[in-house]
Design a binder for this molecule. Sequence first.
Ligand code: GNR
Ligand code: NI
Length: 171
Amino acid sequence: MSVRPIIILPDPRLRLVSEPVTAIDDDIRRLVEDMFDTMYDAPGIGLAAIQIGVPKRVVTVDLAKKDEPRAPQVFINPEILARSEETSVYEEGCLSIPDVHEDVERPARIRVRYLDLDGKPHEIEADGLLATCLQHEIDHLNGILFIDHISKLKRDRILKKFAKAAKRAAG
Ligand code: GNR
Ligand code: NI
């Protein structure tokens, strides 16, 4: 059980492009375990490895509601193969941008290819919250944040607030 610290805006590591996983070894299995510990502790519905400072293409998701049993899902090297024309809007938040929630419009459905923890490839069609969450997490793997999908005015306001808070914390 290792809850690792979540990195927060404006940490420049959030802008890194994460590297593909080349071998699913004990290091990756430990990383995934720590990601779930950290995600459930937060709590959040998704986490990208870079949010705990590890620039590898690993995503964890659990969309189960509070009164439902846990439903952990792991996506290694996830790739979006296709996006629907139709879009949907969800109010998104991010553990790396605490207390900020904004509507984001994204493709409503995506086709995703990924590896599971056994290295076995899968292809799924995702819609609803899973489609939104996977797009949010795959964005993290590419150094993109949900605030990059909102107006520049709102984004700059948020960036300024977090830059100021970091400055204050540094004394
Ligand atoms: O916990 C999270 N909730 C959430 C809500 C709407 C859209 C995306 C998300 S993901 C977020 C956790 C997180 O920051 N993942 O990177
Ligand atoms: Ni996030």
